[in-house]
Design a protein around this ligand. Structure first.
Ligand SMILES: [Zn+2]
Length: 368
């Protein structure tokens, strides 16, 4: 008779309870200033998705029916329809990372098709890149006042002028404790990831290993069975078991906890897609007909694009922050000298969006 395996400590509080309890994160009580920040970053992320949008999941020719009529370039005399976007590089799922001071470090997209792989997800690609960025030297490059900002330097410089002084907000990696060179297990401990779609098991795992602060998502994904919630509960439960070698999963923050229009907009539009796609196929080309209700097909549709684009316009039209002086403390409760206020953040995000639209490709490593 062998020894029975003990229950892992993180699961002990839930072991004989309900799955519902284990998979449910207690209600979040976010400060109004933090809610505004989450909304602003979410708008930026949505704007980036809209700017790099490509709905050609099954190619640029064929018939996507009513789902992509706004993306139609033309019909040819032989009845072939062509859609804008060119070669499909990956799904319309993006993630961006924000450092301890509130600055956007970088973003990435799903690149499954570029690599012919099912694991090239936005969040995992982004986090792997953050570790390599963190190895950049601390010396900050000189920022041309009106020049473009490249993500390689996002760690160190921001093009957005400070609302207070009008000067570019310059900082060094050394002044940004969330990314200061230190042990890799805690390097990203104050980093927040914003992702347009709730994370899968792979990305939730990578985020837990990276000790990220939280993961904010704009749309839920029922296909991932609340894995992010369960990992959070297992690693942040009431049993104190976080030790030197234990990891903790990031706090999952769905869009409805901070009043983002994106969350309801995307979830509702996806449910409508699921309800209709059996009768109105997503795609037809000869004998090939796709009636599946994949979320990645939904993310090619006009309705998904319109939700992302509307949020992007909302960011552009936001002139002032509602809670301009709010600064977010780090995980250990400090306000960094370099911390952006919400007023500064709004300008920073507009500057980043301008960069992303002009130079930040989607199928490249965008100059990192
Ligand atoms: Zn993933």
């Amino acid at each position: 008779m062998t020894d029975p395996r003990p229950v892992p400590p993180g699961l002990q509080p839930y072991w004989t309870g309900s799955v519902q309890d284990f998979a449910t994160v207690p209600p979040l009580d976010l400060e109004e200033g933090l809610k505004e920040r989450h909304r602003l970053y979410s708008m930026l992320l949505a704007a980036i998705v809209a700017s790099q949008f490509n709905g050609n999941k099954h190619g640029e020719a064929g018939d996507y029916g009513s789902w992509r009529k706004d993306q139609l370039i033309s019909g040819t005399p032989d009845g072939v329809r062509l859609y804008r976007g060119g070669t499909y590089l990956g799904h319309n799922i993006a993630a961006l990372a924000v450092d301890a001071a509130g600055r956007v470090i970088d973003y990435d997209f799903n690149h499954n098709n570029v690599f012919n792989s099912s694991v090239e997800h936005a969040e995992s690609r982004l986090i792997r890149r953050l570790f390599s960025l963190a190895e950049l030297p601390d010396a900050a490059p000189v920022l041309p006042r009106a020049g473009p900002v490249m993500p390689m330097f996002q760690l160190a410089v921001s093009a957005a002028p400070s609302a207070a002084t009008g000067e570019p907000i310059a900082y060094t990696a050394g002044a940004s404790p969330g990314l200061r060179r230190k042990g890799y297990s805690t390097l990203l401990t104050d980093v927040t990831i914003y992702t347009s779609l709730e994370s899968c098991a792979q990305c939730s795992g990578i985020m837990a290993l990276a000790d990220l602060r939280e993961v904010v998502y704009l749309q839920y994904d029922q296909g991932q069975y609340l894995i992010g919630n369960m990992m959070y509960r297992a690693t942040a439960g009431p049993t104190p078991m976080i030790g030197r070698n234990d990891f903790r999963a990031p706090l999952p923050v769905p869009g409805d906890t901070f009043g983002s229009d994106l969350y309801d907009g995307l979830n509702l539009a996806f449910r409508q897609f699921v309800g209709l796609v059996a009768g109105e196929p997503f795609y037809k080309d000869g004998a090939f007909v796709d009636k599946g209700h994949s979320v990645t097909s939904f993310l090619c549709t006009d309705s998904a694009l319109s939700v992302f684009a509307a949020a992007g316009r909302q960011l552009e039209q936001t002139e002032t922050a509602s809670i301009p002086a709010y600064q977010r403390p780090t995980r250990d409760g400090r306000i960094l000298p370099s911390a952006l206020s919400n007023a500064d953040l709004l300008q920073h995000l507009k500057g980043f969006l301008d960069y992303a639209r002009r130079q930040g490709g989607r199928g490249t490593a965008h100059r990192v």
